[in-house]
Design a protein around this ligand. Structure first.
Ligand SMILES: Nc1ncnc2c1ncn2[C@@H]1O[C@H](COP(=O)(O)OP(=O)(O)OP(=O)(O)O)[C@@H](O)[C@H]1O
Length: 291
């Protein structure tokens, strides 16, 4: 997907309703972060008549990093998009099953699509900041897209908080008015993470967030993922087995064999998946024998 398309997708996420005013000095009973457990229950998916996912069930626990691994075309990105209702943006797309955010189905008829999108953020493969917009405004754009109003002082606090959490504050604090597009690729990706954090999501979905980055920037994003995992539940798609081993607490191995829909062959703790896989196909995949 191109940067432009990603930006458009972000824009499509913009709800039309005003939700609430951000409070950066929070009342004592309001948690600074509130990561949620996300649960997929028998999720199947189609593009037109083409079934691409078969009865996928997976629990993605709060405060854990879950890696989705598997060869190209097995439905990892489709599954990720189902987790925050982006799948339904595609005209031919349909699905069955449930996605529970702390027990509540995000697809319930009474639930607004914006409710899910605000609580479940997404970071894309290619960094997609608004290039002409300042670093500061890129972060607060997250608020605007989330339909949240905030005063100037609140915004200042929030921008520092989000850039700090995204591991970028020290590098940009003296140039917040410079355009986001002037940052390096790795810094742009961390800026996008900061933008996603501005609405205080409970889950952050990351679709191959390092695939366009050099090894140093990749390491920095991985550190950021590690630091964020106490604040927000993370689900990451990655083709990089070393990365899955480094950043995740648990893994799910997806596979679509011989034109059949993708399914989860095996899931478990990352250590078990790498050191003692139960299915020979998992053994072959994590050892780089195919895919
Ligand atoms: N917009 C779309 N329209 C029609 N088919 C699609 C669309 N997006 C994905 N597919 C199909 O759905 C299946 C799963 O694709 P998906 O991108 O979810 O796999 P993936 O495991 O994420 O692949 P990759 O690792 O290459 O990104 C593939 O057969 C793909 O061709």
């Amino acid at each position: 997907m191109s940067d432009t398309n990603n930006t458009l997708v972000d824009a499509v996420h913009a709800p039309t309703v005003k939700l609430e005013t951000v409070r950066t000095s929070r009342p004592a009973d309001t948690p600074a972060s509130n990561p949620a457990t996300l649960e997929a229950d028998s999720v199947s998916a189609w593009f037109g008549d083409h079934k691409v996912l078969e009865q996928v069930s997976l629990s993605m626990p709060a405060r854990k990093v879950t890696a989705l691994i598997g060869p190209s075309g097995c439905g990892k990105s489709t599954f990720l998009r189902i987790l925050n209702r982006m799948h339904e943006l595609i005209g031919s797309a349909s699905l069955s099953g449930r996605v529970l955010l702390d027990g509540e189905d995000i697809y319930d008829r009474g639930r607004r699509i914006t409710h899910a999108r605000r609580q479940i953020g997404m970071v894309f493969q290619k960094p997609n900041p608004f290039p002409a917009m300042s670093i500061y405004d890129n972060v607060t754009a997250g608020l605007k897209l989330g339909g949240i109003r905030a005063g100037r002082d609140d915004k200042d606090v929030l921008v520092e908080e989000c850039l700090t959490k995204a591991g970028l504050w020290k590098e940009v604090r003296d140039r917040l008015r410079q355009p986001g597009g002037a940052l390096s690729g790795g810094q742009q990706q961390r800026l996008c993470i900061a933008r996603s954090l501005a609405v205080r999501p409970r889950v952050l979905l990351m679709d191959e967030p390092c695939s366009a980055l050099d090894p140093t920037s990749t390491r920095r994003i991985e550190e950021t993922i590690h630091e964020l995992s106490e604040e927000v539940t993370i689900v990451i798609v990655t083709h990089n087995m070393q990365q899955a081993a480094r950043v995740s607490d648990q893994c799910a191995f997806f596979l679509a064999e011989q034109g059949t829909p993708g399914l989860i062959v095996e899931h478990g703790t990352t250590r078990a998946m790498f050191d003692n896989p139960q299915d020979p196909r998992t053994t072959d995949y994590v050892n780089g024998r195919f895919g």
